[in-house]
Design a protein around this ligand. Sequence first.
Ligand code: CA
Length: 425
Amino acid sequence: MDRRTFLALCLAGCADPSMDLTPKVTPFPSQLTPASPEPLPSLTASGDPDFDAWAQGFYKRAAQAGLPADLLDRELGGLLPDPRVTGLDTRQPEFAKPFSDYIKGVVTEDRVAIGQRKRSELQSLLGPIEQTYGVAADVLLGVWAMETGYGASLGGFDVIRSMATLAAQGRRRQFAEDQLMAALRIIGSGEFPRSRLIGSWAGAMGQTQFIPTSFLSTAVDGDGDGKRDIWGSAPDALASAANLLAKGGWNRGECWAREVLAPKDFDFSLTEGPRETPGWWAAQGLRPADGQAWNGPDQAAKAMLAAPTGASGPLFLLFPNHFAIRTYNNATTYALAVGLLADRFSGLGPLTTPWPVETPLALDDRIGAQKALIALGFDPGVPDGVVGINTRSALRAWQKSKGLIADGYLSMAMVGLLQAEVPIP
Ligand code: CA
């Protein structure tokens, strides 16, 4: 009985609880001893019953979704979960890297110098891409720098295996299964073989790190050879990134953010709050840090104030293009890093307000602060140590109630103040 016949029987018989499949699970051919009786093939025999059960179920779902059996047999047969992927998916660092350290680590003079060189070398490529998609070439260079160091490190993971691992046992199983399905479609279409589908442990592929669903929907051929080779072709990778940002809402001609300065009595509870025009913000007392006027298109755009390291650090008005960058990675840190690199590539100097020196907060400090906010009647959400928008809003509300600068920034000093109010044992 070949594998396909077995699977057909299995799929037909799976609804019958009396049909015990366990004895039919067979090792890979390479693990068989010559003395074994003729093996009954199975899709996977990883030694991990959960993974094998997921694989059987996925096979059925993929077949129902129209993926051909020979493709599924070939790509899924004998698949093993990748323990490195599981480890990377579940890691939780004890200390969250302070924002300023993160930015200083990625917006380095080296990276800026390479970006400026690429900018001049690739001018004839970047100009037409910017013209076609409307996305600032410097931002595309920033994405390229952040994602793979300008194409230098594409990740070494087999995307099929990584996505299967995450679909079976990861934190975002449906997402991973959707990506696996898309990766199989890429292979099935003949566009690229599995050996080319190399990416990060999380399934991001090529020089500008496209997940398989984005590849299918959004990758484009930038060099005109008829292929969307985001691994081997920088023009393809950069044009694809431009297409993704354009679809993500990039507005041609607008900036992504401007550094601003606030007066001493500024109401910092406006941070992460309203989206208003630069004129509205000017009426609240904010002004561009470089002293230059707003450019035309920016004057009508609505921007949100961010104070990523609190009132004493650099302040930014984030324009819609900042949120378009977050199509790539929905984190303020990431989008700021891309944008700050882009600004430096374009020749702007370092920020007017320097990044402060921050004290890393231990997980216990962050959870303790969240529990204190709950005890004080403010709602940071589940006290999980992740300082997200809910924690920052709750902190701002508490700071405001105490007459403190309501910037929502959880510094070590703020942890101390909270714990002084509500001692956490
Ligand atoms: Ca191409």
